[in-house]
Ligand binder design. Structure first.
Ligand SMILES: Cc1cc2nc3c(=O)[nH]c(=O)nc-3n(C[C@H](O)[C@H](O)[C@H](O)COP(=O)(O)OP(=O)(O)OC[C@H]3O[C@@H](n4cnc5c(N)ncnc54)[C@H](O)[C@@H]3O)c2cc1C
Length: 322
C-alpha cells in the first residue's frame, strides 16, 4: 500500500495545530486513494507526545535522539532523508511554517523531489497530485497538476484544513534509529527565544469580533469591545484599522496579517476584500454586518445583516450581556 508521510511539528512539548491539519488532509487522501497515513515524529524522550497522534494515523514513526530534542535543519534533514529513502512514500507533507519553509526546498533539492509549497488544497487525480495555491497575495487561485512522479513533496498553509482530525485510528508506533550525526557540524541549537507577546493571539481565539473601516473612528471601538466582552470574543480587524493604528497590527486578519480559523467570525463594517477573506474564510461560521448588500463579505458569510452596525451593536450587546 502506498504511504503518505506527515512530518509532525512540535515545540516546547506541545504538538502544533498544523500537525493535525496535515493529518486531516492526509487521512482524506488516504481514504480516497487507498494510502496509509504515517506520522513521522522526530524528538527526544517524546513517546508521550507522539502517542497523541495514535488516533489520527495508521503508523507513527518515532525517531528519538538528544539532537532531535529541538528543531535543527541539519539533523532534521538527515533524519527525514533516511526515512524517505527507506520507505519511499508517495507523498511527504510538511507544514508551510517557519520550520517547513526552512526544510522543504533543501529536501526537494537533496532528494530530487518535485515540490509545491503553501498548498491550500490537495487531491490525487490519475495518480498525479493536484494542488491549489494562492498567488498575487491571494488574488488568484493557481490549480497545479504536478508532473507524474514516484514521490511528491508538498507544504501546507496553516489554517487551511481542519485541526479537528477524526480520531478513529489506532496507530502502531515503530521506532526508527537516528542516523549517525558524526560529520554534522553545520548548525547548533543554542536556545529557543519566544517572540515577546505584546498582545493576544487572535489565531488562538474561538470567537473573533472583527472590525473594518466601517467603524469610522477609534472612539467607536469601545462599542464593539462591549459586544465582544458580552460573548467572550476577541477583537480583530481588517488592514485599514491596523494601518490607522486603531488596533495593533497583531490583530489584523488577512494575507498581510494572520490567518484565523475561529468557530465564529463576526465582521462589522468589513467589505471582504480578497486579502481579508484569505485570512478568515475557513472560519466555521461567518456572520457579517454591513450596510452594503453587495459587499463581497456576504458571498462567504453564513449569516448576514444588512444594517448600520451602530444600530445592531447595542441590541446585540444588550441581548448577550444578560
Ligand atoms: C498587498 C496587500 C495586502 C493586503 N492585506 C490585507 C490584509 O491582510 N487584511 C485586510 O483586511 N486587508 C488587506 N489588504 C487591503 C484590502 O485590499 C482592503 O483594502 C481592506 O481589506 C478593506 O478593509 P475594510 O473592509 O475594513 O474597508 P472597506 O473596503 O473600506 O470596507 C468598509 C465596509 O464597511 C461598510 N460600512 C461602512 N459603514 C458601515 C456601518 N455604519 N455599518 C455597517 N457597515 C458599514 C461599507 O459598506 C464597506 O463595505 C491588503 C491589500 C494589499 C494590496
Amino acid at each position: 500500500m502506498e504511504e503518505i508521510v506527515v512530518l509532525a511539528e512540535h515545540r516546547d512539548g506541545e504538538l502544533r495545530d498544523i500537525t493535525f491539519e496535515m493529518l486531516t488532509i492526509a487521512n482524506q487522501l488516504g481514504k480516497e486513494n487507498d494510502m496509509a497515513v504515517t506520522a513521522l515524529f522526530l524528538g527526544h524522550e517524546a513517546s508521550d507526545l507522539s502517542n497523541r497522534l495514535k488516533g489520527a494515523c495508521d503508523t507513527i514513526l518515532l525517531m528519538e535522539d538528544p539532537e532531535l530534542a529541538h528543531y535543527n535543519a541539519d539533523h532534521y534533514l538527515m533524519a527525514i532523508e533516511t526515512v524517505i529513502k527507506s520507505r519511499n512514500p508517495i507523498v511527504t507533507v510538511i507544514g508551510h511554517t517557519a520550520m517547513g519553509m526552512d526544510l522543504a526546498p533543501v529536501m526537494a533539492a537533496r532528494l530530487s523531489l518535485p515540490l509545491v509549497t503553501d498548498c491550500v488544497a490537495v487531491n490525487v487525480v490519475d495518480k498525479k497530485l493536484d494542488v491549489l495555491r494562492q498567488i498575487y497575495g491571494g488574488k488568484i487561485n493557481a490549480q497545479l497538476t504536478m508532473k507524474p512522479s514516484d514521490q511528491y513533496l508538498i507544504t501546507l498553509r496553516p489554517g487551511s484544513f481542519d485541526a479537528e482530525v477524526e480520531q478513529g485510528k489506532s496507530a502502531d508506533t515503530q521506532t526508527v534509529p537516528a542516523p549517525s550525526w558524526t560529520d554534522l557540524k553545520g548548525r547548533q541549537f543554542l536556545g529557543y527565544i519566544e517572540a515577546e507577546l505584546k498582545d493576544v493571539d487572535i489565531a488562538a481565539a474561538d470567537i473573533l469580533v472583527s472590525i473594518g473601516r466601517g467603524i469610522g473612528k477609534p472612539e467607536n471601538i469601545s462599542l464593539v469591545q462591549d459586544f465582544a466582552d458580552s460573548i467572550g470574543a476577541t477583537l480583530s480587524c481588517s488592514r485599514p484599522v491596523a494601518d490607522e493604528e486603531w488596533l495593533p497590527k497583531s490583530r489584523q486578519v488577512g494575507t498581510s496579517g494572520k490567518t484565523v480559523r475561529p468557530k465564529i467570525y463576526i465582521a462589522f463594517g468589513i467589505s471582504g476584500a480578497y486579502q481579508h477573506q484569505a485570512g478568515m474564510k475557513n472560519a466555521d461560521t461567518i456572520i457579517a454586518v454591513n450596510t452594503d448588500p453587495r459587499a463581497p463579505i456576504f458571498t462567504i458569510a453564513h449569516y448576514g445583516i444588512v444594517e448600520d452596525m451602530f444600530k445592531v451593536l447595542p441590541l446585540l450587546t444588550e441581548k448577550f450581556a444578560k
